[in-house]
Design a protein around this ligand. Structure first.
Ligand SMILES: O=C1O[C@H](COP(=O)(O)O)[C@@H](O)[C@H](O)[C@H]1O
Length: 235
């Protein structure tokens, strides 16, 4: 059973400050130990204040690689592109922001294979994997649907796959590329940052269901070997 600790905050700004502080500590430790750090950050809207507070930290950003936990198959620059949002904040501080999608891929599965190949060049495991959660219980871009089992229980060495959500989410109704569960849970630090009571209810239910949870976040968090921190604020 996974050891999970909840951290509650009054608001999203307070949560962002704490999560950015923890992430900076992890990055600093990796830089001290290895001279480089590799972290995965979630997309969507919730982490935007965290990006900014993290980028404001005095770190040797040139030696930090940032990859999205997942991305939508849209052109670079599109408002739905997770890596574009990260690049806007972290390129000015000179971090290496690495896309996991490319416009050249012919279909979502090919895009997933290309991402997996590209990620073989990155130092592994991740120093930090920060995850978000959707109101429907998806995390990164692991959704119920035909690619679900492959994403949560595929070969351990596979780092990324292409995914077509069974029900396309209204806020971003497109195919995706996502890190696999294996790539995420082998990170040296695994952390979630979420807002809102509805998401908290879904996560608590998913954790209680354990490995048989129909929610992606439940499958990802079941039987994780390292302790997991969940940062939460009401809005
Ligand atoms: O589609 C996605 O959604 C989740 C949740 O996003 P949020 O805006 O509700 O915080 C996100 O974690 C994931 O990376 C993203 O691609």
């Amino acid at each position: 059973m996974t050891e999970i600790e909840w951290w509650d905050y009054d608001d999203a700004d307070e949560m962002a400050e704490a999560v950015a502080g923890d992430a900076a500590f992890v990055i600093e430790s990796a830089l001290d130990a290895r001279g480089q750090a590799v972290i995965a950050l979630p997309g969507g809207k919730t982490p935007l204040p965290i990006y900014q507070k993290l980028a404001d930290k005095q770190l040797d950003w040139k030696r930090v690689t940032i990859i999205p936990t997942d991305d939508r198959l849209v052109p670079m620059g599109d408002p739905l592109s997770n890596v574009t949002a990260m690049a806007k904040v972290f390129l000015p501080v000179k971090a290496r922001v690495m896309p996991i999608t490319s416009e050249a891929a012919t279909d979502y599965r090919a895009a997933g294979r290309a991402a997996d190949a590209r990620l073989q060049d990155v130092h592994w495991p991740l120093d930090l994997c920060l995850l978000g959660v959707g109101a429907d219980g998806h995390t990164a871009s692991i959704f119920p649907g035909e690619d679900f089992e492959e994403a949560v229980a595929g070969p351990r060495e596979r780092r990324a796959i292409g995914v077509m959500p069974g029900d396309l989410p209204a806020e971003a109704p497109v195919a995706r590329v996502t890190l696999t569960r294996a790539a995420m849970v082998t990170a040296r630090a695994l952390t979630l940052a979420v807002t809102g009571q509805a998401k908290r209810d879904v996560i608590e239910q998913a954790i209680a269901q354990g490995p048989s949870s129909p929610y992606p976040i439940g499958r990802v968090l079941a039987d994780v070997e390292l302790p997991v921190d969940i940062h939460w604020s009401p809005a």
